[in-house]
Design a protein. Structure first.
Length: 49
């Protein structure tokens, strides 16, 4: 799969099964999660109490 090869990009056009419309990977929630973040964002620190 392209995601495993690191070749999946948000601009890549895909045709989801059951549709005839071409959309970008970034528009498909299930595929968007496979995109590697450009810069990993660390979780915010816990609030000080």
């Amino acid at each position: 799969m392209l995601a495993e090869l690191g070749q999946l990009s948000a601009e890549l056009k895909v045709c989801p099964e059951g549709t005839q419309a071409w959309v970008t990977v970034g528009e498909v929630p299930a595929l968007k999660g496979l995109l590697a973040p450009a810069t990993p964002v660390p979780p915010p620190p816990p609030p000080l109490s």
